[in-house]
Ligand binder design. Structure first.
Ligand code: NAP
Length: 264
């Protein structure tokens, strides 16, 4: 249930060796979900991922995303071809609509079905879809093919716990938690630091263990060095106690009413 994100990778040639080594370490550790998008660095992240996976494609579950303004029938197919080229592969494991735009969902679904039948994508999913978006999607023919909703979720952004998360879990739809470390901003939090000290781990591991405490939730932290990847992986061994969870609830209370789905 732990993968690796790649937003920001591929943008500085000087970081390429470390970023590539990070992806390799993730694969070594069985963190096979590699998440990228055509948007990241205007294709630069996909190119880096493609090079990193060149000899290890079969070890990865490769996820990439189409931008909403490309998500027409023809546009999605063209965007997918571009992603396949940059990724150096002939098939994407999970192709996601990055967020909802002006293109009717039915048209994007038609493109996803075409790409699936053509063997260019294995599965499709959505991102930044709230309950109402999923309800609308479910009314469309072919919607049962949707396999994941990728949304912002971490200790400081718990809005989805009100309804989206229980609904997805109830329907067996995996939730991919993006920015599970709040892009690093939460890592100096005193409560996290104290719980990390108690477990002899780091705040990042506590933050990830908290996201991963529930079934069907997958986390895709972006870690651009093998050391950070290794550290993220250790979160799988952290067992938060009821008292830890209560302290975290006090510091970051769960939602008590419906709010707007947050995005980064
Ligand atoms: P994030 O994973 O919450 O945080 C990344 C930051 O945490 C980086 O600065 C990273 O530093 C640091 N970090 C990673 N491991 C660490 C560790 N063990 N100890 C200390 N710091 C650590 O942020 P994110 O990149 O926004 O989200 C993750 C992924 O989700 C993205 O890369 C992308 O693939 C996806 N995403 C999707 C959407 C969407 O709309 N669907 C939106 C945002 C993100 P280093 O880079 O130095 O390792």
């Amino acid at each position: 249930m732990l993968g690796i994100g790649t937003w920001g990778m591929g943008e500085h040639p000087g970081n390429a060796a470390s970023e590539t080594a990070a992806i390799h370490r993730a694969l070594d550790l069985g963190m096979s979900v590699v998440d990228t998008a055509e948007m990241y660095g205007d294709g630069a992240a996909e190119e880096l991922v493609g090079k990193a996976l060149a000899a290890r494609r079969n070890e990865a579950f490769l996820v990439t995303k189409v931008l909403p303004h490309h998500a027409t029938l023809r546009g999605t197919i063209a965007a997918c071809e571009g992603s396949l080229r940059r990724l150096g592969t002939d098939s994407i494991d999970l192709y996601i609509l990055h967020w909802r735009g002006a293109v009717p969902l039915a048209e994007t679904l038609e493109a996803f079905e075409y790409l699936q039948q053509a063997g260019k994508i294995r599965h499709w999913g959505v991102s930044n879809f709230d309950v109402a978006d999923l309800q609308e999607l479910r009314l469309l023919p072919g919607a049962e093919g949707m396999v994941a909703d990728q949304v912002l979720y971490n200790l400081t952004r718990r809005g989805i716990e009100f309804d989206l998360l229980p609904q997805c879990v109830g329907k067996g739809i995996p939730v991919m938690a993006y920015s599970p470390l709040e892009q690093g901003r939460m890592l100096k939090d005193p409560v996290l630091l104290r719980i990390a000290a108690e477990h002899g781990t780091s705040p990042a591991q506590i933050a990830l263990a908290w996201v991963l405490r529930q079934p069907l939730v997958l986390a895709i932290p972006k870690a651009s060095s093998p050391q950070h990847v290794q550290e993220c992986h250790r979160s799988l061994n952290v067992q938060l106690t009821p008292s830890n969870l209560a302290d975290l609830d006090r510091a970051y209370p769960p939602p008590t009413r419906k709010g707007v789905l947050e995005m980064i």
